[in-house]
Design a protein around this ligand. Structure first.
Ligand SMILES: C[S@@+](CC[C@H](N)C(=O)[O-])C[C@H]1O[C@@H](n2cnc3c(N)ncnc32)[C@H](O)[C@@H]1O
Ligand SMILES: Nc1c(NC[C@H](O)[C@H](O)[C@H](O)CO)[nH]c(=O)[nH]c1=O
Ligand SMILES: N[C@@H](Cc1ccc(O)cc1)C(=O)O
Ligand code: SF4
Length: 482
């Protein structure tokens, strides 16, 4: 696999952008009413149909509130017919390994320049790199709390390689840093180990390990001729159970050219997902929207995911990721002045439910939207409310303010308040347990060490207090010794 990125892409590129990207104004040969009628009849929607529904008609400016309600109502009904009234969530932990990354995505404030992590650097940074042993200790603590999924997504640290053989290949380049984005671990204050070592470390005690996005898989094969299936097979052998479909952003290259010129292109993202599935892994799918793209780009993105699922059938859920703008280069440089509106969030969830007729589950995110709006999204077509996560770094660093965890008690209260049934689920949704709201207090039971004890001793904070969450990784204090 050869380098496909622009090694010089940095935050500074945002300063060169204005808000005219030369994107075509969305226009279709379809009418809003026809598209809605097709959705009502259960016909498979076209990209034009999705564009009309997302725009509440391309014939008018902005979102039409009456048309929007008609789309949401149809989507909510479709959700009821397809998956019923249960709302699922998972007892999980985010354990991200490192924030060191030079890819330079303009929507991201999770990353820190990798130079700051070098042993002889005196640059200040608030990021972290964890060793495999630190990752394992964090997962072990979480298992004791009843957690059964660990989700791990990381920066593309230049010293990360798939395994020892990969280190040797990368070292053999004449100028590894510029040719293959590589520097040996000895040059950094903390050695993250190899991808295989991190996966082995986190795959402990029967936990489900959800890790290695397409972008990370690309990094784990850079400078070699390994295909994605080979890479994912090796990771699966080390303990990987499923892969997150992030790094998708908007799967239209003219948008990627603006927001993430250093990232893999759409075709490569699809190839990586196919490789993961060919290696026997389930995957999730995402779309990060509400920055520079048009509604037509969103519709095309949904088309890429539906086609992929037609070919594979192993996408477990669709996760809409509402762009959090406050601390990002796109916002700081005036390229965008906000993320998406609530209307747009609702329409994305609804049209995902109607268009993705082959993906069973659509997620609402309390991390991105908060509790009140997150619950509203569960009445627009979503049926999953993500997980306890215990530690959130990506959205928090981007300026999100909805906290870092939800307890089972919070979940049960919120879900019953909107008249739905709370259900804890496994990552792949195949194992589910309905929760009796009267059976207080509530804790996970599906985990290898879960016995129904509440995960957190303080369940009232809605995400800021973490007393009792000793297993939660906290980037600023855990392994922050770079
Ligand atoms: C931070 S990356 C970490 C994994 C890996 N570096 C990659 O890019 O795949 C994971 C995902 O977080 C999401 N993300 C990053 N910044 C965000 C923001 N400001 N708002 C919403 N989602 C964001 C993007 O969809 C991105 O693909
Ligand atoms: N939507 C977000 C998630 N979703 C992840 C899920 O909770 C879970 O990992 C997945 O459904 C697989 O089971 N996680 C985040 O950290 N941030 C989000 O915005
Ligand atoms: N957990 C998400 C991936 C994800 C990770 C971090 C985020 O900030 C957002 C999404 C998935 O299941 O695919
Ligand atoms: S989204 Fe991922 S690849 Fe892009 S800068 Fe952030 S951490 Fe790096």
């Amino acid at each position: 696999m050869n380098p496909a990125r622009d090694p010089d892409a940095t935050d500074r590129d945002a300063a060169d952008l204005d808000d005219d990207f030369g994107f075509a104004e969305p226009a279709t040969d379809q009418s809003f009413e026809n598209a809605l009628a097709k959705a009502r009849d259960g016909d498979r929607l076209s990209i034009d149909d999705a564009t009309e529904l997302l725009a509440t008609g391309t014939d008018t400016e902005g979102v039409d509130p009456v048309r929007k309600e008609r789309v949401l109502e149809l989507a909510d009904r479709r959700r009821h017919e397809e998956v019923g009234d249960e709302i699922t969530f998972v007892a999980n932990l985010n354990n991200n390994v490192t924030t060191a990354c030079n890819t330079g995505c303009l929507f991201c404030n999770f990353k820190d320049s990798a130079h700051a992590f070098e042993a002889d650097s005196d640059a200040d940074h608030v990021g972290f790199t964890k060793t495999p042993a630190e990752s394992r200790a964090i997962v072990e603590d979480a298992l004791d709390m009843g957690v059964y999924e660990v989700c791990s997504v990381s920066g593309l640290h230049p010293a990360l390689a798939l395994n020892e053989e990969h280190h040797e290949i990368l070292q053999s380049y004449d100028d590894p840093e510029s040719e293959v984005n590589y520097k040996p671990p000895e040059e950094y204050a903390t050695d993250p180990g190899t991808y295989v070592e991190q996966i082995e470390a986190m795959s402990v005690g029967g936990i489900h390990l959800h890790s290695m996005t397409p972008e990370e898989a690309y990094h784990a094969a850079r400078g070699t001729d390994w295909d994605y299936e080979t890479v994912y097979r090796e990771l699966a052998a080390a303990g990987l159970d499923s892969a997150p479909g992030t790094a998708a952003e908007i799967l239209v290259d003219e948008v990627r050219d603006v927001i993430c010129p250093g990232k893999i292109r759409t075709d490569d993202w699809v190839a990586a997902m196919e490789g993961a599935m060919a290696a026997g892994l389930d995957v999730t799918s995402t779309m990060m929207y509400g920055h520079v793209e048009t509604v037509e780009h969103r519709a095309k993105h949904l088309g890429v995911i539906r086609d992929l699922q037609d070919r594979t059938g192993r996408i477990t859920e669709f996760v809409p990721l509402s762009f959090i703008h406050q601390n990002t280069p796109l916002y700081r440089h005036g390229v965008v002045d906000s993320g998406p509106s609530h209307d747009e969030d609702e329409l994305v969830v609804a049209v995902a439910r109607l268009f993705l007729d082959n993906v069973d589950h659509v997620q609402a995110s309390w991390v991105k939207s908060g509790d009140a709006h997150g619950l509203k999204l569960l009445n627009c077509g979503a049926d999953d409310f993500m997980g306890t996560i215990l530690s959130e770094e990506i959205t928090k660093r981007a300026g999100g303010e909805y906290g870092e965890f939800r307890s089972f008690d919070d979940y049960v209260d919120m879900i019953t308040a909107i008249g739905r049934t709370p259900v804890e689920r496994s990552t792949d949704y195949r194992t589910r347990r309905r929760i009796d709201p009267d059976d207080n207090p509530h804790g996970p039971r599906l985990g290898p060490r879960a016995d129904g004890t509440p995960m957190l001793s303080d369940s009232s904070s809605g995400g800021s207090g973490k007393s009792g969450a000793s297993g939660a990784s906290d980037g600023e204090s855990s392994g922050a010794d770079d």
